[in-house]
Write a protein that binds this ligand. Structure first.
Ligand code: NAP
Length: 353
């Protein structure tokens, strides 16, 4: 079980919400970090930001990988690293065709594994950012999902309906097929490294990546942004208790990646990275914001009140984080704290927009 405790880690997609936190967490844990980005502007921003928040001290570098679908995309980037974290993958619901998501997700994943296998026999472990999209299946009754589950529904939907499948299924199929492809690669190619995959639900929390304007928010934060911006100010109680998702804090997700790289027993395992509570609603968030940030002018002006406590009556599915807690000894932020910190982070960004 070749865990990696020191040296240099390659992180694909450092310009993203999750990727930037993964780079940050690795630097804090003492690693050298090389990330891939699609432009020098994004790379230069990260160098500045990570120096500011973690005193990078020359331990952070970036390389340009414009197209993760190109078969040799990562051939140079993998040289000289001890471990790899693959976060880059499209996450949006705007695609007209499922291949817009599935091809970069699957080929990007296989390409980084293939490049490591061909060009760097010193890579000990690869950690891949998957999603609960590859875990969950539609269920009418409240369900507790664990790492034994695989989403067979979304790939079948896309197979059967193609462009007519739902956009949610496009994304969910992309994550399922990419994760499947990574485990298949390990089975068939038997590389020098082992694999761990991380499956988070909706990720919120403070941002550190470059967000030049509100329309450039990533998909998960843009959902929460509706509360910040006042878009839901007049939403009625029913709207606020529509089941949303389980959530997890981005700092916890980054931590799960680091632990999955450093804990020997993590090799060969999938880990759900999710906060303790089951599904939340916007009502849970507004309760937390009014309780903890009641004097904040934006909260007073933009955040609806709804019916305090009503969100707690919503019981739907839950993603079990027991394995991350036992194997990785991980703890998780409360959803209330994550809501507060997401809000405060958006407030800082909004000053520049
Ligand atoms: P994000 O902010 O949009 O970041 C996506 C990253 O992937 C960016 O660095 C982006 O580069 C890169 N990327 C996307 N498509 C690419 C392509 N074709 N070629 C090269 N780079 C590409 O999204 P995120 O929320 O951080 O998501 C990161 C990972 O977490 C994804 O694998 C996603 O499936 C997974 N995940 C996210 C959530 C969530 O709620 N956010 C939940 C579960 C799993 P640019 O900056 O250049 O666009």
């Amino acid at each position: 079980m070749p865990a990696v405790h020191q040296g240099k880690i390659l992180v694909s997609g450092g310009s993203g919400f999750v990727g930037s936190h993964v780079c940050h967490a690795l630097l804090i844990a003492g690693f050298h970090v090389r990330t891939t980005v699609r432009s020098t502007a994004k790379g230069d921003y990260l160098v500045r930001k990570l120096n500011e928040v973690s005193g990078g001290g020359g331990k952070f570098e970036y390389v340009i990988v414009e197209d993760i679908e190109a078969p040799d995309a990562f051939d140079e980037a993998v040289k000289g690293v001890d471990g790899i974290m693959h976060t880059a993958s499209p996450f949006h619901f705007n695609a007209e065709d499922p291949d817009e998501l599935i091809k970069p997700a699957v080929e990007g994943t296989v390409n980084i594994l293939r490049s490591a296998h061909k060009h760097n026999k010193s890579v000990q472990r690869v950690v891949i950012t998957s999603s609960v999209a590859s875990v969950m299946m539609p269920r009418d009754t409240p369900t507790v999902y664990n790492e034994e589950w695989w989403n067979e529904h979304s790939p079948a939907q896309v197979n059967e309906k193609g462009r007519e499948a739902s956009r949610l299924d496009f994304y969910m199929a992309s994550k399922t097929l990419a994760e499947r492809a990574s485990w298949d690669f390990i089975d068939k190619e038997k590389p020098s490294f082992d694999l761990a995959t991380i499956a988070p639900p909706l990720i919120l929390g403070p941002c550190i990546h470059d967000i030049p304007s509100e329309d450039k928010l990533n998909t998960s934060i843009s959902r929460f942004y509706q509360l910040f911006s006042g878009e839901l100010k007049d939403a009625n109680g029913d709207k606020l208790i529509e089941p949303m998702s389980n959530v997890v804090d981005v700092r916890d997700v980054a931590n799960t990646h680091v632990l999955a790289m450093t804990v020997p027993r993590a090799g060969g395992e999938r880990f759900i990275s999710a906060s303790d509570r089951a599904m939340v609603t916007n009502q849970d968030f507004v309760d937390a914001l009014h309780e903890r940030l009641g004097d904040n002018e934006t909260v007073k002006k933009n955040v609806p009140v709804g019916e305090k406590g009503k969100g707690k009556s919503i019981h739907r599915h839950r993603f079990a984080n027991d394995k991350a807690k036992t194997v990785l000894a991980q703890t998780f932020f409360s959803q209330e704290q994550t809501a507060v910190d997401t809000f405060l982070s958006l407030e800082e960004y909004a000053k520049q927009w």
